[in-house]
Design a protein around this ligand. Structure first.
Ligand SMILES: NC(=O)c1ccc[n+]([C@@H]2O[C@H](COP(=O)([O-])OP(=O)(O)OC[C@H]3O[C@@H](n4cnc5c(N)ncnc54)[C@H](OP(=O)(O)O)[C@@H]3O)[C@@H](O)[C@H]2O)c1
Length: 343
């Protein structure tokens, strides 16, 4: 059957979910398809997608049950953050030609957007490098910003420990904590990553969790305990840090990436009694609840970037067909900086 809205001449290459991953996600879970770009309806605009952000949350979205959002169906375009530029519009007030927008574009070359979509679409302020929009000046940056400044609230001199320290969120969170005067200890998965966060980003120390005894190193580096643990990893690592808390510590649950590829339940925490003993508080957060902070946060992060007070890296792969490879790399840790796919 022909599509009555088929656009003349433009083809949309998409990466779709071919089967559900069992355990660790693999590239054969995905397939490609090509469909004509539809004609725009009233109030709609067409985004040409320029970059896709490869985020850990995609692993939850491709489970049948999803996570905080419904699971992507088999055969559907893989849900993903992206940034695209308006190349056609029936709604120039909301979507002016040539302006860039951050959106759940999905793994595809073109994306049709309606008026006032949900989740909301965000216009990218002019003058920002589009590559940064999916990293330090986008979802990732705002996660670190609100997680540190609204939830963790480190005080000068406090010990701030961050896991997945070389990740996009972790690296920015550690730098913001440093700007607040905290003493920052990272935990990351290779000597290169530890070197980067200490030598380039200014962390005070970094523990290589694949090679070092984390509990012993934390005892050396923070003999009086950790005041703030900004956790991106969960599981055994979280359990280890719970044994090394300072009095009135705060544990900020940003993510638990070590559990995203597990089939069964996440490993049990055995050390929660230390929360009571240390009068500690554990709190999760989701950046979506803070989206009204986006403009202020992006403005502050852009200023810090321009002043050289924070640094960010992007690890770029080219071509939409490489999106599955990028997602697999995210979990093997074979990247340094925000993983993006350039289309
Ligand atoms: N709460 C929110 O609203 C929110 C929003 C965005 C992101 N997040 C969370 O923030 C965390 C970081 O996200 P991101 O986008 O910054 O990630 P990223 O840049 O893609 O980096 C992910 C890193 O996690 C580490 N990792 C992967 N599997 C691991 C495992 N099994 N055990 C320990 N470390 C592992 C790897 O580094 P190593 O080489 O060091 O292992 C990998 O490079 C994730 O947990 C994500 O879900 C939360």
């Amino acid at each position: 059957m022909t599509n009555p809205r088929a656009h003349q001449g433009l083809t949309n290459r998409q990466v779709v979910l071919a089967k559900r991953p069992v355990g660790m996600v693999t590239e054969d879970c995905f397939g490609t398809s090509e469909i004509p770009v539809p004609e725009l309806g009233a109030g709609e605009a067409l985004l040409e997608v320029r970059y896709l952000g490869i985020d850990p949350t995609i692993r939850g979205w491709i489970n049948e049950r999803g996570n905080y959002m419904a699971g992507v169906a088999i055969g559907e375009v893989v849900r993903s953050n992206g940034v695209g530029v308006v190349v056609e519009t029936n709604n120039p007030d909301e979507y002016p030609m040539g302006r860039a927008f951050m959106h759940l574009t999905g793994w595809q070359q073109y994306c049709v957007v309606q008026s006032n979509p949900f989740p909301p679409i965000t216009m990218v302020p002019e003058g920002i490098d589009l590559m940064d929009v999916l990293g330090v000046l986008g979802h990732v940056g705002i996660t670190a910003y609100v997680g540190v400044l609204e939830v963790a609230k480190p005080q000068p001199g406090e010990i701030f420990c961050v896991s997945a320290a070389a990740s996009s969120v972790g690296s920015v969170a550690g730098q913001i904590a440093k700007l607040q005067g905290a003493h920052v200890i990272g935990i990351a998965g290779s000597p290169e990553k530890c070197e980067w966060v200490v030598d380039d980003l200014g962390f005070d120390a970094c523990i290589d969790y694949k090679r070092d005894d984390v509990a012993a190193r934390l005892k050396e580096l923070a003999p009086n305990g950790v005041d703030v643990f900004f956790d991106n990893v969960g599981g055994e690592l979280l359990d280890t840090v719970l044994r090394r808390l300072a009095l009135r510590a705060r544990i900020v649950l940003c993510g638990d990436i070590s559990t995203y590829n597990l089939e069964g339940p996440a490993p049990a925490l055995h050390n929660t009694r230390y929360l009571m003993g240390k009068r500690a508080r554990m709190e999760g957060f989701n950046t979506l609840d803070y989206w009204d902070h986006y403009t202020d946060a992006a403005g502050q992060l852009a200023a810090w970037l321009a002043e050289g007070k924070i640094k960010a890296r992007v690890h770029e792969l080219e071509g939409i067909d490489r999106a599955p490879e990028a997602l697999v790399r995210l979990f093997s840790g074979e990247h340094l900086g925000k993983l993006v796919v350039r289309l």
